[in-house]
Design a protein around this ligand. Structure first.
Ligand SMILES: Nc1ncnc2c1ncn2[C@@H]1O[C@H](COP(=O)(O)OP(=O)(O)O)[C@@H](O)[C@H]1O
Ligand SMILES: [Mg+2]
Length: 224
């Protein structure tokens, strides 16, 4: 589904460079839930941003569903990102001025061929999928953290992506909401999707098919 080869990344800090990833190679498959663990500052967010085509690696290649990303221009790359990848973040990043269903509709505007009626229907359907019936017209501030994250999951599914990338999705949630969110992500991984969760939360590892550890700039499979 998504293969990265010999990825390197460093950042400039003052007058020197800090290497974060060095020759990271891995093949993520569909129908699987991956958990990437590692200490704070190990480069987990950097890796997820590279996988999501949000930032560029210095060396190496990324292949998504058979397409070499390096050979694409920015426009084509944005199209792959919007169509193939859904993002979930620790702080939800919902638009506070939009109701739940409007937040879910937002990514659908990239496809000009669907009607607003269809977008709204799809948003309601996705909110139902994450168990948020009767919350469709609530604003984010009227929802609990767990509910907001479920709206964010519904939004990540707006364009039917095959890859879901989640950076510390349970980092701001209580135990009950954590379980709800992880159960939804687990279900999605069984529906032909590749779900990659970055987390230092031990509870996440139990849900994963594969646990990977990012340490000393390398990514390695960890025995469960
Ligand atoms: N945009 C940036 N500019 C400079 N340094 C960065 C930037 N993003 C991350 N870093 C540095 O790269 C390292 C890895 O960061 P990050 O990927 O956020 O780690 P993690 O998510 O595992 O905590 C850290 O030392 C961090 O300070
Ligand atoms: Mg991080």
């Amino acid at each position: 589904m998504i293969t990265i080869k010999n990825i390197k990344k460093s950042y400039k800090k003052g007058n020197h460079r800090v290497e974060v990833l060095d020759n990271v190679t891995y093949s993520f498959k569909s129908n699987s839930l991956y958990c990437i663990i590692g200490k704070s500052g190990a480069g987990k967010s950097t890796l997820i941003e590279i996988l999501g085509l949000l930032i560029k690696e210095e060396c190496g290649s990324i292949n998504i569903k058979g397409r070499e990303i390096n050979s694409l221009n920015e426009f084509e790359k944005a199209k792959v990102r919007n169509k193939e990848i859904g993002f979930i973040f620790q702080d939800f990043y919902l638009n506070p001025l939009m109701k739940a269903y409007e937040n879910v509709m937002l990514p659908m505007y990239l496809d000009k061929n669907i009607t607003n009626k269809k977008r709204k229907e799809k948003a309601y359907e996705l909110l139902k999928l994450v168990g948020l019936v009767d919350r469709e017209t609530h604003f984010p501030k009227e929802l609990s953290g767990g509910e907001q994250q479920r709206v964010a999951i519904a939004r990540s599914l707006a364009n039917n992506p095959n890859i879901i990338l989640a950076d510390e999705p349970t980092g701001s949630l209580d135990s009950e909401s954590t379980v709800a969110v992880l159960n939804i992500l687990k279900c999605l991984s069984k529906e032909n999707k590749c779900v990659i969760i970055v987390s230092h939360d031990d509870r996440v590892q139990k849900y994963a098919d594969v646990v990977l550890k990012l340490e000393d700039k390398k990514l390695k499979e960890k025995d469960k």
